[in-house]
Design a protein around this ligand. Structure first.
Ligand SMILES: C[S@@+](CC[C@H](N)C(=O)[O-])C[C@H]1O[C@@H](n2cnc3c(N)ncnc32)[C@H](O)[C@@H]1O
Length: 230
């Protein structure tokens, strides 16, 4: 059963996820439960849903699902960092909860991975697609390509909850913009920022529509988009 095993702590510094944002277990769980509540409210998440957690890291959202809903029909977390997925499989998988490692490329997290984009999901099978702080570390071409794959993954009434850095009147896509946000960005794709219009052009091109937009309230000043099929 999920959560019943004695959990092995992740070795500090050996994995990359969330930086300094989760100061302790309580804060980690609180953010996860809060996100599950927003998925209920904005995307219709319920016990019968298929929830896809893209870039799940060590499974923060799965912890929130367990705390708040017990279990749902299908939680599926995928990530490109094998040690995080191994940890999640060992500590969080169980009935209704599964994790998959994908060896695809991201210049920050898995530069040697395959250039062929993949979500490892059946078309039209996802009720709620969650991507928290994933487009905030992604190049422009992959962003456009993955939005198309998200559209293909969603069921006709499915919704996608995604966060990213967007601003008005800035370059279409920029890596580690100087003087922007609360951190001193270092290394490939530490912060990727879009012009709002540019990001929404990708959304439109993927045959998605903006259902909700909330500016600047997410981690480090990211904005929230809820997307639906059109
Ligand atoms: C900043 S972390 C966010 C983790 C998690 N979503 C959360 O909010 O706790 C970004 C995660 O996205 C993953 N990632 C980046 N590109 C990805 C891709 N193409 N497919 C799957 N995961 C990806 C990284 O490995 C990393 O774990």
């Amino acid at each position: 059963m999920i959560g019943r095993r004695s959990r092995t702590p992740l070795p500090p510094g050996k994995y990359r996820m969330g930086g300094k944002h989760f100061k302790n277990d309580k804060a980690f769980i609180k953010t996860a439960v809060g996100d599950v509540q927003r998925l209920e409210k904005y995307c219709g998440l319920n016990a019968e849903s298929a929830l896809f957690d893209w870039g799940c890291g060590a499974g923060r959202l799965a912890v929130g699902v367990r705390e708040h809903l017990g279990r749902i029909r299908d939680y599926h977390g995928v990530d490109i960092q094998p040690e995080l997925i191994e940890w999640a499989q060992e500590n969080l998988s169980g009935p209704g909860f599964r994790f998959t490692y994908l060896n695809v490329s991201n210049e920050r997290y898995n530069p040697d991975g395959s250039r062929e984009r993949d979500l490892s999901v059946d078309p039209g099978s996802v009720d709620v697609f969650y991507a928290y702080s994933v487009f905030s570390h992604m190049n422009d071409e992959d962003t456009a390509g993955y939005l198309t794959l998200i559209r293909e993954a969603l069921s006709p009434h499915g919704k996608a909850f995604v966060t990213c850095f967007v601003e008005e009147d800035v370059a279409g896509w920029e890596e580690n913009p100087e003087g922007y946000g609360p951190l001193d960005w270092k290394g490939r794709l530490h912060c990727t920022r879009f012009a709002r219009e540019h990001f929404e052009q990708h959304v439109n091109a993927a045959h998605l529509a903006v259902d909700r937009f909330e500016y600047g309230q997410e981690t480090d000043g990211q904005s929230l988009y809820v997307l639906r099929c059109r």
